[in-house]
Design a binder for this molecule. Sequence first.
Ligand SMILES: Cc1ncc(COP(=O)(O)O)c(C=O)c1O
Length: 461
Amino acid sequence: MTDQSTRAASHDPGDATADSLDRRTLLRGSALAGAGVLAAGCSTAQAGTPSPAAKPDSARFNPRSWESVRAQFPLTRRYAHFSAFMLASHPAPVSAAIGHFRDGLDSFPQQYGLGMDDFRRSDDVRKALAGYIGAKAEDIALTDSTTMGIGLVYGGLDLKAGDEVVTTEHEFYSTHESLRLRAQADGVVVRTIKLYDDPAKASAGQLVARLRAAITSKTRVVAVTWVYSSTGLKLPVKQVAAAIAEINQRREDEERILLCVDGVHGFAAEDVTMQDLGCDFFMTATHKWLFGPRGTGFVWGRAEAWARFRPVVPSFSMPAFTGWLTGQPPTGAPGDLATPGGYHSFEHRWALAKAVEFHQAIGKARVAARTRSQSDQLKDGLAKLKHVRLITPRSAELSAGIICCTVDGLTPEQVVQQLFAEHHISAAETPYRESFVRFGPSIVTDPQEVERVIRAMATLG
Ligand SMILES: Cc1ncc(COP(=O)(O)O)c(C=O)c1O
């Protein structure tokens, strides 16, 4: 075995790092790496081996104490984890719920939890999410990731050749690729615009104006992201929705523009409901800022939007099976029918309700305020460093938990490596053609660690 394969096969806590390095090595040799795509997002291009994780302290969980919240996570304390935009560590209650369901499935897979039990538990998950986002459970489809939700929505919308989708060049790969596949499949026209030149100087009015100017009489969908992982810019979705609603007033129902939002980096980082956002479809994972089970997510759509959607993957739902058995097209809750079927890693899906409960125990508004205050603290500190250029807007109106920046004389990869190796800070570089250094403070970081980042960044000058 080579050095690399030895590391990848081990069960050392450094596995994640070894995997990242292996993927990076692979990507370096590929055409994708040349375009700067993917490599950075998978990355952390980091040296060193994180120490074993601390044991979470679940018995004495006090949701009012941030230290107690942090103690729920088995994250190694040797490192500061500014990477909420990647993949969640499971807090103790979520791990316990996964363990409970897993044990049941392992003990008797055929009997435990499937059939009616799955319908009931999945409904409980939908209800928990519905309460959290202020929506109806029947309008929620369960998925395994943001990407799955994006693929379902853009693959399943009722569009015909010549219909236009307006999107932006700032979207993540998943949106661009889903739209490319849709255009290839049936001649839907994708128009890609630049929403802003310099994100740090963007204004809400200008963002909305550029989107509005791109809409034509053929536009049926606007495909955007709430908080851009490319720059940290937060789109004023409510204002975009209002501009689209104004245009829609003059249109027949079937020509109405649907506002579809990749919401993954605002969900559980910001304290809003679906009504606050005003979009038509919202696709997110629950394995990032919510710290839910890895491999979980959902799509929410308003009833009129689901009416313009055709499921892509057969659902394993009661109405779909009944329809199949009786030879009738299925009728039922749109979220249920849009949920991709097949057996899943149910222990993760069912444990999602616990993740929502965990956040609600802490308080949705408190989580958002904690994310916001650390994000502001970090931006204020970075703004004072002459060799650092902030890419993300400073205002709460146009930013959330993601902070992007550059450092004079160093590539993002070099910055991330140095932060990791010399300061035990886990950040990332953005997986886009133009790459930046990216931080994601959250409930697993604290203000002292934010200070540590600022001090570390100061040494890079
Ligand atoms: C904006 C955005 N959307 C979607 C994704 C993919 O999320 P998921 O892993 O849940 O598919 C990412 C990155 O992980 C992202 O930055």
